[in-house]
Design a protein around this ligand. Sequence first.
Ligand SMILES: [Zn+2]
Length: 224
Amino acid sequence: MGKKDHAIFGGAVFCDNASRGASGKIDCRGVFTSFWAWAYPTSTRTWHAIVTLYNLTEGTTSVTAAISLGRGKKTTLAHGDIQTSKGNVGNVVNMPLRFEFPREGLYTMYFNIVGTTTTLKVPLRVNTQAWPHFTKTQLELLERNPRIPHSVRANVVCSECGKPYVFEESVLPEPPLASGVRPFPDSGVIECEVCKHRLNLKDIQGQVRSSIKTAVAAAVRGEK
Ligand SMILES: [Zn+2]
């Protein structure tokens, strides 16, 4: 194989969700370039990298995905295999990824064709969102307007063992929680009951509060 035939990357994009559609192509939903985070380490963030490759040889090509913050240590996140048949030298791989970001900053994702030095670097930014506090006006509006949600639930799945949990964030004092629903812990962390993995919840709690705040802010604007 001549040098010009070596496998190369076309590019990569990040999206919230992706699956193979009826046509055989990959459908991406929610393409993004940065994450918003409410606390660190973040909750387990899940996303997909859609990576295109060219000049593949027939058979299996393996690609790995890794991440680092600045020039820090690389963490391998995923491994993907692409099957290439004769005459089909370009291909697309959908790599599901998950990571708990330790802090804000400009991360780099590295995609490497296994067994070669061919690497694609793609930046990925993590930005901090201010903790959603509620003003007196907003709380008063919530109190007299039952149509705006006062509380929001979040489904959290342990990233290690898959045990599901339901947490509820309430801005106003609410009746006792339904069975199986827990309040967010003050510490922002719980240990999984099954596998003892530490689940970081502050980030999700901030996200949930933010969704309530957005609804309240819209309602305050509507009342003016
Ligand atoms: Zn677990």
